[in-house]
Design a protein around this ligand. Structure first.
Ligand SMILES: Cc1c2[nH]c(c1CCC(=O)O)Cc1[nH]c(c(CCC(=O)O)c1C)Cc1[nH]c(c(CCC(=O)O)c1C)Cc1[nH]c(c(C)c1CCC(=O)O)C2
Length: 357
């Protein structure tokens, strides 16, 4: 177990990192215990995060390397998770190239001028390292501090980014996005093509700065029917994953409500596929063609009595043994009112239970 390891560990070599349970599981190799981390582990459920963010807008905090390093480290120290996820947001690269947007507390990303025509796409140019010096500085600081714990870099996938840009903000039905997709396929493919270039560029910057794995978040892809996903979206996500494939780090591909899309999301070029809690993990494993999986505890379960949490987690660990690799995670992000002590207990449970075999 590696609880509190980040504070006490001596300097680690690159070999230790490559040998970490998380990276071994991503490659489908045997592990001493099932690795675990939580999507949105860095954030609002931690009082030490809220204290640090006091008076600092979300997107500004992402440009301050000292804050980014500290916020990324907080859950690693508190929970003893097997991987850190870089504190940033899927909207950061768009903001960095000059798109007028903000993250409004309690709402999410809001875009000043929604993009619905070819002319609207003008701000969407490729991202360069010089656009995000704070990302590079933060990741360099983090890899030094993390030692043998891998850092996961991430980007929003073209569809999920497009949804915010076209709708102008969060949306339940993605109606304007789909209207553009069906009604103006020329604009649509230009938009997603540009977003693919940006996502791939942003992932490359993170890996070159020291990230050991990447996750492509297509959070809202589950709103699409499989044939539309394959026709309008998958080629663009495939382009991102293919470019990242040249960098030699594992690629995790994740979305919510993607039960019917899992096979396609795997075939798009994922090394590991994220499975949400609506799909039994055993069924998810059957759909991803022999790849390792990540997931899939319902994020709401942390509010249930501990015996129920333990029973569900044990079931997920058992199901996960059927995959060549399993990374324990929630099926989506940590909910804001989650008690950090429950997550700490869950990490211990996953480590102990899985080590017993
Ligand atoms: C869709 C999406 C976004 N951002 C992200 C996604 C994909 C993951 C998912 O499906 O949840 C990804 C993201 N956003 C954030 C991270 C940091 C790393 C982590 O701990 O996972 C990551 C990986 C920080 C954040 N991003 C945001 C916060 C909350 C800001 C705050 O504390 O004021 C954090 C810590 C804001 C944000 N950013 C976004 C939304 C919808 C919101 C509002 C909802 C919310 O508040 O949780 C867009």
């Amino acid at each position: 177990m590696n609880t509190s390891a980040a504070q006490t560990r001596p300097t680690h070599t690159g070999t230790d990192l490559a040998d970490s349970a998380f990276l071994r599981a991503c490659r489908g190799e045997p592990v001493p215990h099932t690795p675990v981390w939580f999507m949105r582990q860095a954030g609002r459920s931690l009082p030490e995060y809220r204290a640090l963010r006091e008076g600092v807008p979300m997107l500004e905090s992402c440009t301050r390397p000292e804050q980014v390093v500290e916020i990324t480290m907080q859950p690693v120290r508190r929970y003893g998770v097997d991987a850190a996820i870089f504190y940033s947001d899927i909207m950061v690269p768009l903001k960095a190239i000059g798109v007028d947007l903000d993250i409004v507390p309690g709402v999410g990303p809001v875009v000043a001028e929604p993009m619905r025509s070819l002319d609207d796409l003008a701000p969407l140019r490729p991202i360069e390292p010089g656009d995000v010096p704070y990302v590079i500085e933060s990741i360099r600081g983090l890899t030094a501090e993390l030692g043998g714990t891998p850092l996961i870099g991430f980007a929003g996938a073209p569809f999920t980014l497009a949804s915010y840009l076209v709708e102008g903000g969060p949306s339940k039905d993605h109606a304007a996005t789909k209207a553009l997709m069906y009604g103006r396929p020329d604009v649509w493919h230009e938009l997603l093509g540009r977003l693919a270039t940006i996502a791939a560029g942003f992932l490359r910057i993170q890996v070159e700065a020291g990230a050991s794995a990447v996750q492509l978040f297509d959070s809202w892809a589950g709103s699409l029917a499989p044939d539309d996903y394959d026709r309008y979206v998958r080629p663009h996500s495939e382009a991102v994953l293919a470019e990242v494939g040249t960098l030699g780090v594992p690629r995790i591909h994740f979305g919510v409500g993607t039960g019917e899309l899992l096979g396609s999301m795997a075939a798009a070029g994922a090394d590991v596929v994220g499975v949400d809690w609506r799909v039994p993990l055993a069924a998810g494993i059957d759909r991803v063609d022999g790849r390792p999986v990540q997931g899939n505890l319902d994020p709401s379960l942390v509010f249930a009595p501990w015996e129920i949490v333990a029973e569900k987690a044990a079931g997920i660990l058992t199901a996960g043994q059927k995959a060549p690799g399993h990374i324990f995670n929630l099926g989506h992000g940590v909910l804001p009112r989650t008690d950090p002590d429950v997550l700490a207990r869950l990490v211990d449970f996953v480590h102990t239970e899985s080590a017993r075999g």
